[in-house]
Design a protein around this ligand. Structure first.
Ligand code: PXG
Length: 460
């Protein structure tokens, strides 16, 4: 079906309510219509080639156009396009993917609960941890602690676990029994107090202990966090943070949940972000990279501490989705994990392109607009500042990140702006030459933003 861009935009504005979108604003402007993709590039309906430094939405880990995934989906669609896993039935792809996930996960993860998305995975987490404590005769343990500026999805429980104030402001959230502590963002909380990153990491972890003690450990079920906050702006915690969080959870017997929806499947240079950050969770939510986004799939990897209780003391766990273990999604997942292994993408991020990106970012750190440049594996963030010597921020109303993003848009680069943080998470198949190309584009967009700032007098 070929239509002109204007025709697509008109039909889009007439019928399609986009996620997280000001509908009227978009209708006035018109969507950019993306029509095809290959490798790390996407093309819009005007034929512009764009370097997709966000892997779609943090998910196209193996890059676009991988024949093995396309073939796996096609084969499975022919053989068995759907069957459920509810009434004592199963399909081969779901069984095999559960088995393979247990193999690539850290030791102690042998079981998987499938869902259709990361949000559904986190809804599953809420129900599962509360069920766990019920079964252990501690039904008082209901509260789940999360962090401000966390993102855990957009369902009622996912948005409640998340710490996005704009989301809580709509629809009467958070649901009861969810508490939030401050995020481990050194620039926001540590630097103003003159703390080293390491000292701040410990302080941020102790906010968790303070809250646990204030609530009473006997009322706390779990702590959930992204190893590195993605949607919150690629907030990489100090190295001291997660190991201390682990100690605190252990001390109070509280379950630890790692939301691996973004960090999983090689993004940080290990299979899972918790391995990079040095902690051992009890549950791991996954989605996105499990199928490289080719088809929706999410779920929860369940550690043995919880699995044994659910299985042995269990009875029926009254939870599940039509698409839990969808055979086509699981077939694509199998092909995707197979390809990640075959191409050695996890090791490649750890030993080759990850360090290469880190080097490039160190050089971007010298740019006059950049106050901080950080990477972990193939996630990168640049903090835009008004005054490099003092770290002074631009006034919020300027929306400097959006100014920079506007340039990216015009220059053929997808880079996200989260407040003053410009973030990337390119496909794991990106080559060194393509990183050079991406970094050159980023530098050009920074220069254009700097020129705007000089011209408009934003710097003085
Ligand atoms: N957990 C994390 C850590 C996520 O990043 C979800 C859960 C929810 O997954 P689903 O599949 O239900 O969307 C996510 C999703 C952004 C952005 O603006 C990030 C996500 C989704 C939409 C936008 O960076 N992450």
């Amino acid at each position: 079906m070929t239509r002109s861009t204007q025709e697509w935009q008109a039909a889009d504005a007439a019928h399609f309510l986009h996620p997280f979108t000001d509908f009227q604003g978009l209708a006035r402007k018109g969507s950019r219509v993306i029509t095809r993709a290959e490798g790390i590039y996407i093309w819009d309906s005007e034929g512009h080639k764009i370097l997709d430094a966000m892997s779609g939405l943090w998910c196209v880990n193996v890059g676009y156009g991988q024949q093995a995934l396309i073939d796996a989906a096609t084969r499975q669609l022919r053989e068995l396009p759907f069957y459920n896993a509810f009434f004592q039935t199963a399909t081969p792809p779901a069984i095999a993917l559960a088995e393979l996930l247990a193999e690539v996960a850290p030791a102690g993860f042998e079981h998987v609960f499938f869902a259709g998305s990361g949000s559904e995975g986190n809804d599953t987490v809420v129900r599962m941890v509360r069920r766990y404590w019920d079964l252990l005769g501690q039904p008082g343990r209901q509260i789940i602690i999360s962090r401000h500026n966390a993102y855990h999805g957009s369902t009622m429980a996912g948005a409640s676990l998340g710490g996005m104030s704009g989301m809580h402001a709509q629809g009467g959230l958070p649901i009861p029994g969810i508490e939030h502590i401050q995020q481990p963002y050194w620039w926001e909380h540590g630097r103003p107090q003159g703390l080293t990153r390491e000292a701040f990491g410990l302080m941020a972890a102790h906010w968790l202990e303070e809250r646990i003690l204030a609530l009473g450990p006997e009322n706390v079920a779990a702590f959930i966090g992204e190893p590195i906050q993605g949607a919150g702006g690629v907030i990489i915690p100090p190295s001291t943070y997660w190991p201390e969080v682990q100690r605190i959870c252990d001390r109070h017997g509280i379950l630890l949940v790692s939301d691996e929806v973004i960090c999983g499947f090689g993004r940080t240079g290990r299979w899972f972000g918790c391995e990079t950050q040095g902690f051992r969770p009890d549950l791991m939510t996954f989605a996105k990279g499990v199928t490289s986004g080719y088809i929706p799939l999410g779920g929860v990897l369940v550690g043995e501490r919880i699995a044994r209780v659910l299985i042995e003391k269990g009875g029926e766990f009254n939870h599940g989705y039509t698409y839990s273990g969808h055979p086509v999604a699981c077939a694509v997942g199998l092909a995707n994990l197979g390809l990640i292994r075959e191409l050695g993408l996890v090791e490649r991020v750890r030993d080759d392109v990850g360090p290469y990106l880190a080097e490039a970012y160190a050089s971007l750190g010298a740019h006059p607009l950049v106050g901080d440049a950080e990477t972990c594996g193939l996630m990168g963030a640049l903090l835009l500042v008004k005054d490099k010597s003092t770290g002074e921020a631009f006034p919020e109303a300027l929306e400097i990140g959006m100014v920079c993003r506007g340039h990216c848009f015009r220059e053929g680069l997808i880079m996200r702006a989260v407040g003053d943080r410009m973030i990337v998470a390119p496909p794991l198949v990106i080559t060194r030459a393509q990183i050079d190309e991406m970094v050159a584009l980023i530098r050009r967009c920074l220069d254009l933003t700097l020129a705007d700032a000089q011209r408009e007098g934003w710097l003085c």
